[in-house]
Design a protein around this ligand. Sequence first.
Ligand code: NAP
Length: 302
Amino acid sequence: MSIERVAIIGLGLLGGSVGLAVQAQAPEIVTVGYDRDASVRKKARELGLASSICDTAAEAVHDADLVILCVPVGAMEEAATEFADHVRADAIISDVGSSKQSVSEALARALPGRTVIPAHPVAGTEQSGPDAGFASLFTNRWCILTPSADADPSAIEALSTFWSRLGANVELMDAQHHDLVLAVTSHIPHLIAFTIVGTASDLENVTRSEVIKYSAGGFRDFTRIAASDPVMWRDVFLNNKGAVLEMLGRFSEDLTALQRAIRSGDGETLHELFSRTRAIRRQVIEEGQDDERPDFGREDHD
Ligand code: NAP
């Protein structure tokens, strides 16, 4: 099964990056883009996010070997329904959504009997929209595929090859397990950032200008994550509710234990934890998921 034509539905950070990455890394594959927002389509044409940009989803998926939905997870079913009657029967349908169980169910409802292989490239930034995309977003990042047990192996193979060509390392995982892993590595960290930034801005005895002025003490790093797209993150929490609540329970217990250690002056517990967490940061760097420069080691991808 070879992929020669890809339709990208949704042309924001992820969709735009897929289009640019294909053009840079696999230029013989034709990319066709669609977004429901006319101003996004206009911008996408100006930026050349795909070989061509269509004004309807039906046109975009016409004759595509692979369709990738790059819309918020709560919009997957509606977006898939829009092109369901126009996509080739043997096309592979995939997505980039941050939660996988609910998206798999939504796509199965919208596209009964079709070859659906859900996927999640674990790569992103706090930016959104068509200007935010860049070709190297997936380089050396993981892309997790969550095919159902009866999925066509040749479709899994074709999708894995596609993502590898964009620079990603591909892993297969059960959708439920994916949602639990991502709850702890991505969704809870975002929830903590949203909370701490919200809490700081609501304080009465510390002014907002002080919070911003002295933000280099740690707060500013949370503000980067807390600046992420509100629609995307609302949908992630509504769609990965079970796993997030389960992990949040564990997190609250650990936070309570820390609270107790601080109250009782238990420096040993604090020191032991902080030493373990410092070692985890070293592992993240050693595995190439960040570099050791400050400011989160982010490169200027321009
Ligand atoms: P984004 O920059 O906001 O782009 C999403 C685009 O999809 C918007 O232009 C949106 O238009 C459009 N859209 C919404 N509903 C649509 C529909 N029914 N048909 C066609 N287009 C539609 O968001 P993103 O960051 O690329 O996220 C896209 C997906 O990637 C999400 O599922 C997210 O969970 C996943 N993801 C994100 C990251 C990240 O770091 N951002 C990382 C990995 C995976 P409107 O503005 O008009 O709604």
